[in-house]
Design a protein around this ligand. Sequence first.
Ligand SMILES: O=C(O)[C@H]1O[C@H](OP(=O)(O)OP(=O)(O)OC[C@H]2O[C@@H](n3ccc(=O)[nH]c3=O)[C@H](O)[C@@H]2O)[C@H](O)[C@@H](O)[C@@H]1O
Length: 431
Amino acid sequence: MRSVKEQEEELFPSTPGKVKIERAHGINRQFHRCFASTSTMFLWALFLITLTASYLSFQSFVSTSSRFLSSSAWDRQIRESAAPVRSQGLSVLVTGAAGFVGSHCSLALRKRGDGVVGLDNFNSYYDPSLKRARQALLSRSSIFVVDGDLNDRRLLSKLFSLAPFSHVLHLGAQAGVRYAVENPSSYVHSNIAGLVSLLEAARSADPQPAVIWASSSSVYGLNDKSPFSESDRTDRPASLYAATKKAGEAITHTYNHIYGLSITGLRFFTVYGPMGRPDMAYFSFTKAILAGKPITIYRGKNRADLARDFTYIDDIVRGCLASLDTAGESTGTGGKKSGPAPYRIFNLGNTSPVTVPTLVSILEKHLRLKAKKKLVEMPGNGDVPFTHANISLAMAELGYKPTTNLETGLKKFVKWYLSYYGHSRGRKTNL
Ligand SMILES: O=C(O)[C@H]1O[C@H](OP(=O)(O)OP(=O)(O)OC[C@H]2O[C@@H](n3ccc(=O)[nH]c3=O)[C@H](O)[C@@H]2O)[C@H](O)[C@@H](O)[C@@H]1O
């Protein structure tokens, strides 16, 4: 038999960076000791039941996880948010919806009339207030974001039982290449265990949704053939992050093979833009330049500049939506596939790598400030010297065509950054 602790773990799966909520039954026990007489006990029990019931119904309006699975108000929010408002519209479960790419894709889907339900664990890998701001933006477009973890299987099956999602856009993950040396288990938790948990829910759902998910350009690892094509080697990852994404490609293949899930893996190339991720170089450099603090620029062997195929968020959103629109159907029911389902992998990049020093000089120009640069040798913690996408496959099959270069994209980012954080161009901050 499972212990109480184990049962609780199932209900409250661990979420890196998240504080667990104090268990209510501990409080019950204290009350029990204090009020021993039967009639007082009865009255207290009644009081506690009423208190718990009002607490649960209040919480269901605020946020949720498995704790609130029985609330009808919560059920209604999921159903309404999942319902498309255009004919033939999609109904999409977006994981990582309060994240950078997730929030932009959710808004774009909603704008064209698709149903969207978000899922996000709001972990503290980077400032959760930015995630809450994105959630507020989604909420203004009537998109409900469930506050819960991918590893919460009860929650996932509840979501699929409430809404017949036609698609899952799985963007929830532990991101960041270099952070993997600091916190390896968070990558296993989200990118491996969380992915399997999601695929289990998807393959059991009726109807089975098509799954589109975020892989990464980092799977090319030590590949030095340029530009990177989908058929190139991906068996030499340079970071645990890359290894978990590569594992994800293998895991999704298994679910495609056994259960007939329609799978599309998207290898994103260093996505940037407004409302982006504060852990990424373009974002943290902007913050440091404004504060007059030094930035560290990594260099490769023989002092070679590092380069990335930086890709603007709007191009990525178009690639994601095109992937949803062209994904063939899953073929399984009741845990069995009735025929082969599509398994696709696409590079979504910009096709024009830019060096990190050039990125910095573009930022300096838009911020009208000079950066204090420290040039150091690339630490051996997961970086690769360059990335460069061959996007012919995505062009042919998705009609994908990136239109924003780094100069234009960073201009838009800087404009957003200054207005969001209330700074002025050309003036240093006190941060
Ligand atoms: O394309 C991808 O697959 C990956 O892109 C980014 O990873 P990365 O390209 O390393 O992006 P940044 O962390 O923004 O770094 C960009 C470049 O700046 C360099 N850098 C970073 C930080 C720093 O302090 N100094 C510095 O020179 C890095 O070495 C790298 O060459 C994302 O962080 C990953 O989540 C994503 O999967």
